[in-house]
Design a protein around this ligand. Structure first.
Ligand SMILES: [Cu+2]
Length: 129
């Protein structure tokens, strides 16, 4: 009788230990996954930025693809003034003298075309994904 009970207790302890190890392993997996991928919560934007040069009467690169929330900064490297003007009036830098910069943060997805108001043949686009 005592031996049988002892056996039952041993079996119980073994089950508890096995289950405990499984639960511990699952907790470790969940913990490591949550540590690896922490997507930005709502209202929070990933802090990314992209640079576009204005050089030789052209935007370089003329087309960029960025993620939502990215701040794009244009720098005029020419000795003449240029502007960065959205086709849809979303943004407008006004005249940018040599080495002047203009930044805009893209909060929505879409393709945003822009041009230079002084030299309208200068065109560019920002694709926000
Ligand atoms: Cu221009």
């Amino acid at each position: 009788m005592a031996v049988k009970q002892n056996f039952k207790i041993r079996a119980g302890i073994r089950i508890l230990l096995t289950n405990g190890l499984i639960i511990l392993a699952m907790l470790l997996i969940v913990f490591s996954i949550s540590c690896q991928a922490t997507p930005p919560t709502e209202g929070e934007v990933a802090s990314t930025s992209t640079e576009i040069n204005i050089s030789g009467f052209a935007f370089a690169p003329a087309s960029v693809t960025v993620t939502v929330g990215t701040t794009v900064t244009w720098t005029n490297l020419d000795s003449v003034a240029h502007t960065v003007a959205s086709e849809t009036d979303l943004f407008n830098s006004g005249n940018l003298a040599r080495n002047a910069t203009f930044s805009y943060s893209f909060a929505d997805r879409g393709t945003f075309s822009y041009f230079c108001a002084i030299h309208p043949y200068m065109k560019g686009e920002v694709r926000v994904e």
